[in-house]
Design a binder for this molecule. Structure first.
Ligand code: IPE
Ligand code: IPE
Ligand code: MG
Length: 251
């Protein structure tokens, strides 16, 4: 029986978030420069996105570039941006064939101009697609997003649009970049690192975490299926007891 056939399609996570890590080590293992790893990571993105869409996952968020990644050597940052622009253009066919709509979260205005323009173009061309939203986290960090939300809320209070007492978790969520996206139920991080690295800090509050030892360029459809199967074996209690949860999940 294929891994895919073991997945219970009635209990899929609606939103999967992925920290795509390990490109540099993958290249180093082959005696190549880090950029070689990034380039080979594109196939893993293609496989993960198409597998998720085929299964019926509604939202897939990929951490592509963090606000901290600017600290890398300029040549690596430039290569990553160029690869992003090239891939957004060359993968348009994959997005259209699979009915995937591209979205992005992060400090997009501060991306390089050509990068921002290509992103806007691909998002516009895929805007009518309906099977799955592929959300790229670009120049993104959770602390940046939460701080921005706090600033916008302060501004709206100052202008009298809302009052201090209106601020609760639901309202706060509407000020985040992910306001129209449900929280991820499953987070996958590759490369055997066990950390969040400033990704979706607010939204991951109750996500199930799954860590794969695979380096990102080696990640394939079966690895995604394995993570989903792992997720389906978890008991999600949300602070309640196992006994309280059982009657709910058996309904
Ligand atoms: C992930 O791979 C890609 C980005 C962060 C852009 P890395 O480049 O972090 O690869 P490692 O972790 O150094 O192996
Ligand atoms: C996280 O990976 C960021 C992305 C995958 C874009 P990093 O490789 O930057 O994370 P750290 O620095 O090892 O925590
Ligand atoms: Mg890394």
């Amino acid at each position: 029986m294929d891994l895919k056939d073991k997945i219970d399609l009635t209990r899929l996570p609606g939103h999967i978030a992925v920290i795509m890590d390990g490109n540099g080590r993958w290249a180093k293992n082959r005696g190549e420069v880090r950029v070689f790893g990034h380039r080979n990571g594109v196939e893993a993105v293609r496989q993960t996105a198409t597998a998720a869409a085929e299964l019926g996952i509604r939202h897939l968020t990929l951490y592509a570039f963090s606000t901290e990644n600017w600290k890398r050597p300029k040549c690596e940052v430039d290569a990553l941006m160029n690869l992003l622009v090239a891939s957004l253009s060359s993968e348009l066919g994959t997005l259209m064939d699979n009915n995937i709509r591209l979205k992005a979260i992060g400090d997009l205005c501060h991306l390089q101009k050509n990068c921002f323009a290509q992103l806007q173009e691909t998002m516009a061309k895929t805007a009518g697609n309906t099977r799955m939203d592929l959300i790229l986290a670009l120049n993104y960090s959770g602390r940046w997003e939460i701080t921005e939300a706090a600033r916008k809320i302060a501004g709206d209070i100052e202008q009298g649009k809302i009052t201090k007492n209106d601020v609760d978790q639901d309202l706060f969520s509407t000020y985040l970049d992910t306001s129209e996206i449900p929280d991820p139920e499953l987070l996958i991080r590759t490369s055997g690192e066990y950390r969040i690295s400033n990704f979706l800090l607010w939204q991951l509050a109750y996500a199930e975490l799954c860590f794969s030892p695979k380096l990102w360029p080696d990640f394939r459809k079966d690895d995604l299926y394995e993570a989903i199967l792992d997720y389906q074996h978890r008991e999600r209690r949300f602070g309640m007891t196992s006994e309280q949860i059982k009657p709910l999940t058996n309904q």
